[in-house]
Structures are given as structure tokens and as C-alpha cells.
Design a binder for this molecule. Structure first.
Ligand SMILES: Nc1ncnc2c1ncn2[C@@H]1O[C@H](COP(=O)(O)OP(=O)(O)OP(=O)(O)O)[C@@H](O)[C@H]1O
Ligand SMILES: [Mg+2]
Length: 248
């Protein structure tokens, strides 16, 4: 099982759009996929029209009592662990664990899913907290969407810094340019400057109205029009991530 976290400490960079579409693409390629919505805002769950059961909460998640709350989606091979509003307290709950366990808790929780899924995709909240440290420890690959602007790059730098602090393997960070608007000179300048770094993937996701409209369709872009430009871009991105993940 490969665990792929879609992570950035910056909000609104396209994490959820990426997590939803990559999960859909990976499942469509025949792999058994579980998308875990780790963000209490529940945006990924919303896109799949799934709400967590009232009985589910962050305490149950941390106690390992969550498998029964996993739901099937409308798509073959793709299941979802919905977010619950109480996930906003995940950091507090993690903090109350013993020093040794507190950073590895999520990794330990996700491990048993190994038998049922080939790929886990985590849609992460925009944090730089103990939950982020858990996400780093639990993931084989961290995919960081970067809008080609200064603030998004700062979030990537912060992530590299956190990896340094944790003495984690920076090789598992993969960044890609998100919401790219080629008519904006700042976007093209930033991309030219940074794309030479091996941590940047060659694939980039343009700013496209079809992706923006997911809030209305509540479907992954490939489920609206199979071969649409956006669906093709996410397929390309997924193929590159999958290929790179095998070398990690
Ligand atoms: N490539 C894109 N083209 C156009 N719109 C996009 C694109 N990617 C994301 N969006 C839109 O931008 C908004 C923010 O995207 P998204 O929710 O995926 O970001 P996020 O990083 O998950 O945000 P948060 O940090 O709040 O969880 C959404 O309305 C989404 O539909
Ligand atoms: Mg999000």
C-alpha cells in the first residue's frame, strides 16, 4: 500500500481538487483506492456527496475504530473515509498522547488498511501542526500543490524546514504547479526558476473552469467528461506521481 498525502500549509492551493481527482484517476486505473478526508471542513467528502455518520468522531478515529465508517463512492474501486467536524480537535487529541506515540499515531492507525487498499490518498487541512507531523510520518509520498506565487513557495519552504526538524526523508516530497495561468508573467517566471529542481514534477495543473465547477457538479472532472482537458491533466499528474513513488 502506498500512502500519498496531498499537503500544503497554505490554504486554497488546490489540495482537495487534487486529492479528489487523483483518487478518481487512480481508482479508474484499476487500483483499490481509499481517499481519507482529514480536513474537518469535509470538502473532499462533499464532492462525493458523502457525510460522516453522527456517531463517528476524532476519538473513534484515534482509537482505531473507524473502518466501519468507510463508505463506498459511486465509483468502482474508490472508497472514502469521510471527515467529521470533530477532526478540528485532532491536534489536541494527538497532543494528549505520550511523547513517543504522538507523532506516529496516524501511521499506526492506517497500517491495517494495507490488506484492503493499494493506494491511500490523504486530503490534508492547511496546517503546520502535530497533525502535519503525523501526516509526514504516515506517508510514502507528500504531494505539495504550489501556485506559482511567492506565498505558495513559502509554504513549500516551510514544509522542507519541518522535514529537516523531523529528520524525515525530503526525497518523498513532490511538488507541482497548481492553478497555473500562463498569461500571468509571474506564473511563468516562477515556474521557469523552480521547475529545474528535481522535487518539482513536470506535470502542472492549469487554472480551468471545469475544475472550479466541481463545487456545482460534485463530481471528479473525469466523471463529468471522461477525456476533458482537466481529466487528462490529472491523469498525467497521477501517472508521474505513481512512477516517481516507485523509486522512493
Ligand atoms: N486548477 C484549478 N482551476 C480552477 N479552480 C481550481 C483549481 N484547483 C482548485 N480550484 C478551485 O479553487 C478553490 C480552492 O481549491 P481547493 O479547495 O482544492 O484548495 P485547498 O488547498 O484544498 O483549500 P483548503 O486549504 O481550504 O483545504 C476551489 O473553489 C476549487 O474549486
Ligand atoms: Mg481542502
Amino acid at each position: 500500500m502506498k500512502t500519498v498525502a496531498i499537503y500544503s500549509s497554505k490554504g486554497g492551493v488546490g489540495k482537495t481538487a487534487t486529492a479528489v481527482n487523483l483518487a478518481y484517476t487512480a481508482a479508474a486505473s484499476g487500483k483499490r483506492v481509499l481517499l481519507c478526508d482529514m480536513d474537518s471542513q469535509g470538502a473532499a467528502s462533499y464532492y462525493f456527496r458523502i457525510r460522516a455518520k453522527k456517531k463517528f468522531n476524532s476519538q473513534k478515529l484515534l482509537a482505531g475504530d473507524f473502518v466501519k465508517y468507510i463508505r463506498g463512492t459511486d465509483f468502482i474501486n474508490l472508497d472514502l473515509l469521510p471527515a467529521h467536524f470533530s477532526f478540528r480537535n485532532l491536534d489536541l487529541a494527538l497532543n494528549s498522547l505520550g511523547e513517543k506515540e504522538r507523532r506516529m499515531a496516524l501511521a499506526k492507525l492506517l497500517k491495517p488498511l494495507d490488506e484492503d487498499y493499494e493506494i491511500l490518498i490523504l486530503d490534508c487541512p492547511p496546517n503546520l501542526t502535530l497533525l502535519s507531523e503525523n501526516i509526514i510520518e504516515a506517508s510514502d509520498v507528500l504531494v505539495c500543490p504550489v501556485i506559482p506565487t511567492t506565498l505558495s513557495l513559502i509554504a513549500l519552504e516551510q514544509l522542507l524546514k519541518l522535514f529537516g526538524k523531523l529528520e524525515a526523508d525530503k526525497g518523498k516530497i513532490l511538488a507541482f504547479f497548481s492553478m497555473v495561468e500562463r498569461r500571468k508573467s509571474m506564473h511563468t517566471t516562477v515556474m521557469e526558476k523552480y521547475r529545474k529542481y528535481p522535487l518539482f514534477l513536470k506535470s502542472a495543473i492549469p487554472f480551468l473552469a471545469e475544475i472550479e465547477k466541481m463545487g456545482i457538479s460534485r463530481l471528479p472532472v473525469g466523471a463529468v467528461i471522461k477525456q476533458s482537458p482537466a481529466a487528462q491533466e490529472y491523469t498525467r499528474l497521477w501517472q508521474e506521481i505513481w512512477k516517481r513513488s516507485k523509486t522512493l
